[in-house]
Write a protein that binds this ligand. Sequence first.
Ligand code: THG
Length: 262
Amino acid sequence: MFIIGELINGMYKDIGQAIKEKNKAIIQKCALDQIKAGADALDVNCGPASRQPVSDIQWLVQAIQEVTDKPLALDSSKPQVIESGLQVIKNKAIINSTTADPEKLGVLVPLAKIYNAKLIGLTISTKGIPQNKDQRLELAVTIVASCSEQGFPVEDLYLDPIVLPVNVAQAQMKDILETIYEFKVISEPSPKSIVGLSNVSQGTCVRSLVNRTFLTMAIVSGLDAAILDPTDKDLLDAAITAELILNKQIYCDSYLEAYRRK
Ligand code: THG
């Protein structure tokens, strides 16, 4: 599974403060800690408190690129913030994210093509977050069709069903897991799937357990990628073990260490 570290997000107090004070060392340590723990890429989000996200994202990207060449996921709901990040990116880019809104697809799909970036598509529209599987799949089809029409390779598209906290949307969890499975049959070649994992446990008191149980179940549903906290060792151990049981990793007694040495 492709792991995107979620910790460089202005929503976290220390990161929000570091962005405000332009403290590169804190950001760079956070980047390296996540990579050491097993992240394949890093999410970069200025957070809700940033007053100048267009320049903050450039500062973040440049600070991170001084210490790693791992791919960066530019995380913003504002296309102009994503474009600003793309302008200074040297590493591989992931656009996080477009919605199924035609206006956004018309701006972000061409940008993904120009910058040779991967693209995350949220199954959300101007009408909001869907309430069931059929609505999610309908929006997924809209996103896939727009990518095909605009000549963007569907294999580079990661569909996100939008994971909601289990304590507010318990009745939707099964639908979300089934949606991940059904993304695969939308087109040939298939789009990939991704989730923002920590959403599922927001407001619960056993966050780590809720995260790793949901992740394990999503992996069975065919999940390709996740934005998560890679420093949660139990979480990564569960993901590696789930892939072992699904015959996606070769078994040996020391398979956890073997995976991490890769
Ligand atoms: N899909 C996509 N991108 C996303 C999300 C998604 N990006 C943002 C988010 N969701 C994924 N990242 C996080 C990061 C942190 C938390 C949840 C998701 C989190 N933070 C603590 C909280 O809210 O309780 C903050 C704790 C603190 O303030 O210290 O849970 O779904 N494509």
